[in-house]
Design a protein around this ligand. Structure first.
Ligand SMILES: [Zn+2]
Length: 85
C-alpha cells in the first residue's frame, strides 16, 4: 500500500485537505502530490479561488511531528528510487 494519493484521490479530497480534516499522513501525501502534479495544483488553485475556500492552507507546516519527518524521508527514498529506474 502506498500513502501517496492518485490524482483522483487528490481531487476528491482537496476540500477536506483545505479544511485540515484529513489525517496528517494523508495531508502530507496530497501536499507532496501537489508539488509534483501540475494538473492537481491547477485544480487546487481553482478551488482556492472559490468563495469560502480562500483560507485553504498549502501545507502541514503548522504541525511537524516526528511522523511527518519520517514520512517525508520515506517519500524522498521513493522519489530517489524512481529517478534511478
Ligand atoms: Zn495529480
Amino acid at each position: 500500500m502506498t500513502f501517496l494519493p492518485s490524482c483522483h484521490d487528490v481531487q476528491t479530497e482537496l476540500t477536506e485537505y483545505g479544511e485540515g480534516a484529513l489525517p496528517l499522513s494523508r495531508r502530507i501525501g496530497i501536499w507532496i502530490h501537489l508539488r509534483f502534479c501540475k494538473v492537481c495544483a491547477g485544480f487546487m488553485r481553482g478551488l482556492r479561488a472559490l468563495p469560502g475556500l480562500a483560507k485553504i492552507a498549502l501545507g502541514p507546516q503548522e504541525e511537524a511531528p516526528e511522523t511527518a519527518f519520517k514520512i517525508l524521508a520515506e517519500v524522498q527514498a521513493v522519489l530517489l528510487k524512481q529517478e534511478e529506474s
